[in-house]
Every structure is written in C-alpha cells, then in structure tokens.
Design a protein around this ligand. Structure first.
Ligand SMILES: [Zn+2]
Length: 488
C-alpha cells in the first residue's frame, strides 16, 4: 500500500484515491517571467515520477493538472525591464517552459490551465468570499480576512497571533490585520487589468490556483503538491479561500518537496546563485538529471554540484552498459528461443532459480521502498542491486540458464519506467525487426508443437526469401540473417 507524508497532518499516511481509481492531482506550476532554474525542476521531476508510479504500479488513472501563472508582479516587472508588453513575456517563457518539459522527457500534464483564462471564475470566488464576510474591499483591492477563518494556519502550523508579531512595523495601512492577504489587486496605470465589481485590477496568485485546481478536479482533490517554500503563504492561503467557501477540504494530501541548495545555500533568483535548467541540459542528459534528483528523498534538501551530476551520469551508464551487453548477447548474431517445455533432467538449475528468486525479492524491495513515502532512493538502490546480481550471474551462467538474464533486463526496465530511467535507446530498425522475428519464431514453434509442419515450413521459406535463415537445433531455433552472414 502506498503511503505518503501529508504536510497537513505531519504524518506518513496510507494513500488511496477518494473515488477508488482516479487520482486527482494538482501541482503548482511556474510563473512565466524567466527560464526555469534547476531548483524549479525538482517538483516537476519528482511529481511526474510519482504520477507514473501510481499509474504503472498501482493501476490508478491520474488526472494531473499543472497551472501556468501568467499574471503576476514579477511578470510586470520583467516586461518593464525588457521593454515589452506582458503578453510577449508570458508567451516567450511559456513556450520555453514547454520546450524544457519535452527536452526532459516529462509526460505532459493532462491540463495546463493559464491563469488569465480563468479571471471570471476568480472574480466569482472573490465575490463569494465577500458575501460570506471572509473578505473586504479597500480602495479597489480585496483582502482575505484571516481572523474570520478559524482554521487559518493549519497547514503551516502558524497562528494568526504569531503572524501579527512576526510582521514588521511597515504594514499595509489598508489591511485590517497584517496577515490578511490580497485576493484582488487594483491596477496601476499601464498594468494589465480586468474589470471587476471593485474596479480594474488583477487576481492574486493564491486565488488563481484555487480556481484552476477546482475547475479541473472538483472541490476536494486527492493530492496538492509543490515545493515546501509554498506551504506558507501560498498553500495556506489557498486552503483558507477554498474551505471558507465549500466547507470541505481543498486537498486530502499536501505534498511538499525540499529545496535545492548550491554549496549549502538555497537556490533563488534573488540570491543570484542559480543555474538555469537549460544550461544543465546542455551538459547532461535528461536521464542523468532525473537520476540526480531521484537519488535523494524528495522531502530532503538536495545540494547541486557538477560533480554530483557526473556521479549520476556514471551510475546511469553502469546500468545501461549492462543492459546493452545483455541485449547484444541475445539479439545480435544469434537469437535462440527456449523450448516450450524445458528438459527438466537437463541441468540442476539451482543457480538460475536462486537468481530468479533474488530478482523477485528485489522487485518487492523496490515496491516496498516506493510505497514508503515515495522512497526513490531505496527504490533505485534495489535496482542497482539487481544490476550487481545480474553481473555475477552473467559471469558464471552457461547455456540456457543465461536466458534468465533477459528477465533481469526486463525487470530493470520495468522498475526504471516510472522514474524515466534505464529506458531503451531509440529503437533502431534492426532491433524492431528482431522483435518481430522473435514473434514469428515463437508462432512457428507453436505450430510445430501442434504437428502443423506445413505452415511452419511456409514461415521458414518465406523468411528465407527475405534473406533470413532459421536453423533448428536441439537447443531451439537459431536465426542467421544474410546481413549478419555478410558482416561475419
Ligand atoms: Zn499554486
């Protein structure tokens, strides 16, 4: 059973989708005012992997929503700095964002709503909060009244009193309480604006995510995720607005990943110590980058360095070299297929059986690790253990026993799949052809087993005309293709 750490309860809890089979998941997306830095990549990689794990290993369907925040003070500042309008800025960086996702080989979200497409719904939400007394208007702006929402602070475990003390003297005079936050911001001259009952302005960031999450996933979603820098105020403020209106939890599980550090300091645009994601992609493959992120537990801080990525690169290659070697052994010049009924008197297969048993045990270990709050570190360690076992087995197994290596290959690929690791290289025409050949040989053997030699022979003759020669040996059927004959 999958268990996840829920920031709301501060506990690792069993997770099941609320309606049985469909997981409704919302991950806060980027504010499109710049290229993403590598700290921004962590939630993208982690939650994408979690989603794939739930789909592939739990059999759930995941509806994955990740928004685009395309209206924000930072966008306006950037537009002024670049001497462009905000639309050109958001178009440019939204485009770059989607290109980056593709380059990282991350599955696209089911929905990528853009905030500016849902302003009408945001105005409706804010109007409802005003009606219910959870908000008030001041000079064309609207603020949320935190003292009215009794559970304010439940996610971040802060009290309204603490917040009052924590705020410096320079409080916004318009607010009733220093912790009250903006729902609607009156626009200044030249800023993008939408008409509202309170005059021209734009929605606040916290209202945007509530509207987009609920629009696609309903009043209560299964998983709301993001970086732990979003717990307060962003997610706290999402909860207060949504739950003040519906009286129902906005999300059942709140997941938060740790921050990326560089030489021990948190990476931030404002600190000036950041590295752009596309710069790292110029040096390392998407697979290496994913390995780097997933070999540290998602809730812990992760320190970035080129050396750490180089280590990840080597680790990925060690696995891939083994997979390539096994693949080459079984699909280059000779393809041997096992008899349908292996001759049991043939060998004492204890070594092979031990190996297969070990594989099955390590697969269970992988699942147990991943189920334990998405423990990709131990999950990947189990895969690396399979690699070691396969090396050992490979060095001593002979004859048909070696076929067990194929099982190791398939298993490593399967376990890597949710993580986007150890995938097959882009298929060459030849390996695809070989897969088809294997199917045909298997079919022919089944026909022969049913005494249908005529059709079996036809397959062989037709293949021979294509230059592919099948040879029946006591160990199974061997292929010798013309191409390979020539190369020998
Ligand atoms: Zn958000």
């Amino acid at each position: 059973m999958l268990k996840l750490y829920n920031t709301l309860t501060r506990k690792v809890e069993p997770f099941q989708p609320q309606d049985g089979n469909t997981v409704k998941m919302y991950v806060c997306g980027p504010t499109v005012y710049d290229y993403l830095h590598i700290g921004n990549l962590r939630p993208l990689i982690v939650y994408n992997a979690l989603r794939r794990y739930m789909e592939l290993f739990k059999g759930w369907q995941v509806i994955y929503v990740q928004n685009i925040t395309d209206i924000d003070d930072k966008i306006i500042d950037r537009a002024i700095a670049e001497g462009q309008d905000t639309l050109s800025i958001t178009a440019k960086y939204t485009d770059a964002y989607f290109k980056l996702l593709a380059a990282l080989d991350l599955s696209p979200a089911d929905h990528n709503p853009r905030a500016t497409d849902y302003v009408a719904e945001m105005i409706k939400l804010i109007a409802t909060l005003l009606d219910k007394g959870y908000a008030y208007e001041q000079d064309g702006s609207v603020y949320f009244r935190v003292t009215k929402f009794a559970q304010y602070g439940k996610l971040s475990r802060r009290s309204v009193e603490d917040l009052q003390q924590g705020v410096r003297i320079a409080v916004n005079e318009q607010k009733e309480h220093p912790a009250d936050f903006t729902l609607w911001k009156a626009s200044k001259a030249g800023e993008p604006k939408w008409d509202s009952p309170w005059g021209a302005g734009r929605p606040g960031w916290h209202s945007e995510c509530v509207v987009m999450a609920q629009k696609f996933l309903g009043e209560t979603i299964d998983i709301h995720a993001g970086g732990n820098d979003l717990i307060f105020p962003h997610h706290e403020n999402e909860i207060s607005q949504a739950e003040a209106v519906t009286g129902k939890p906005l999300a059942r599980f709140w997941l938060h990943n740790g921050m990326l550090t560089i030489k021990g300091t948190e990476m931030h645009k404002s600190h000036g110590n950041f590295v752009y994601a596309h710069q790292v992609l110029e040096r390392f493959t998407a697979e290496t980058i994913r390995y780097f992120y997933l070999t540290r537990h998602y809730r812990k801080p992760l320190d970035y360095s080129e050396e750490a990525l180089e280590e990840a690169e080597k680790a990925v290659w060690r696995v891939k070299n083994l997979l390539n070697d096994i693949e080459a052994e079984f699909s280059s010049s000779l393809i041997t297929t096992q008899d349908q009924t292996p001759d049991k008197s043939d060998c004492t297969n204890s070594d092979r059986d031990d190996f297969l048993q070990r594989l099955s045990h390590l697969k269970q270990q992988y699942i147990a690790a991943m189920d334990n709050d998405f423990g990709t570190v131990d999950g990947i360690a189990a895969v690396q253990e399979i690699v070691k076992e396969a090396h050992r087995f490979r060095s001593r197994a002979t004859g048909d026993d070696r076929n067990a290596l194929k099982e190791a290959l398939v298993l490593i690929r399967d376990l890597g799949l949710p993580l986007g690791l150890f995938k097959r290289q882009a298929q060459t025409e030849r390996s695809r052809e070989e897969e088809l050949l294997r199917l045909l040989i298997d079919l022919r053997q089944r026909l022969r087993a049913k005494q249908d030699f005529a059709l079996g022979d036809k397959i062989r003759q037709d293949l021979a005309q294509l230059g592919i020669i099948l040879k029946d040996t006591p160990q199974g059927t061997t292929i010798v293709s013309k191409q390979i004959d020539q190369s020998n």
